[in-house]
Design a protein around this ligand. Structure first.
Ligand code: MN
Length: 248
């Protein structure tokens, strides 16, 4: 069993070594992660310049690229044996609801799924400093279940941990992606030379508190595990659209 651990927060994240420590019980763990923070890079590929890889220590590599680049290096770089499993994270901050479309953490897990192996993305819902030890241990428990039960092809797990000690967790909930209320996502300011600039950011996201969602579960103190599928097709809409007449 060879497990690839990657992330989008960069090779300096303490979560990587915590995962390596917790997941080594299942086999060999290789860390291949971006050399700097690549949060919100989604599934971006680096196509217009070469990728440089640095071996930092045994089974630990940094790549001057995106999380998805890292997964491709692991599967096709002739650097390490082909991974049997991809674990991405643990992200320092949530990846819930529609944010999965922006997330480099989730994208790396999606890339693992595209490469044909089970994959899991994990995120800790806090911006405060933390050592990630307890969520890494729970990732290990989840992985044990994945190894016993397997995951269907084209399906991955997106896990979000509330920021509380393991003893204080309310349990685990299997959830759907929640819905975010978008506001204040772009800030307009004026620079010291009087020129306008824009900065993507603003307030922390507001969520619709719908039961059954990842946000609702985490807010109530549960670990949220969302099974995600790659097929974004709206299958019901295909039939409904048969009546569209385009004169063709
Ligand atoms: Mn991140």
């Amino acid at each position: 069993m060879h497990i690839l651990v990657t992330n989008d927060d960069g090779i300096g994240s303490p979560a990587l070594l915590q995962l390596k420590a917790q997941l080594s019980q299942f086999g060999r763990v290789t860390i291949i992660a971006p050399d700097r923070n690549q949060s919100a890079t989604s599934q971006a590929l680096t196509l217009h310049r070469p990728l440089r890889i640095h071996a930092l220590q045994e089974d630990v590599y940094s790549v001057d690229g995106t999380p998805t680049d890292c997964v491709l290096v692991a599967f096709h770089g002739k650097l390490v044996e082909r991974p049997d499993l991809v674990v991405s994270g643990i992200n320092h901050g949530p990846n819930m609801g529609e944010d999965v479309f922006y997330s480099g953490t989730v994208a790396a897990a999606i890339e693992g799924t595209l490469q044909g192996v089970p994959a899991l993305a994990a995120s800790l819902v806090t911006r405060q400093p933390t050592d990630f030890r307890e969520p890494a241990e729970i990732v290990g428990r989840l992985l044990r279940q994945v190894l016993v039960r397997g995951l269907p092809p084209r399906m991955l797990l997106n896990v979000n941990f509330p920021f509380r000690s393991m003893a204080d967790l309310a349990g685990v909930q299997f959830t759907r992606l929640g819905t975010r209320v978008y506001e204040d996502t772009l800030v307009r300011k004026v620079d010291p030379r009087g020129k306008e600039y824009y900065w993507i950011g603003g307030e922390d996201p507001v969520w619709r508190p719908e039961p059954g969602t990842d946000y609702h579960a985490v807010h109530a103190g549960f670990v949220s595990v969302t099974p995600m599928q790659l097929d974004l097709t709206d299958h019901a809409a295909i039939d409904a659209m048969e009546s569209w007449s385009l004169g063709l």
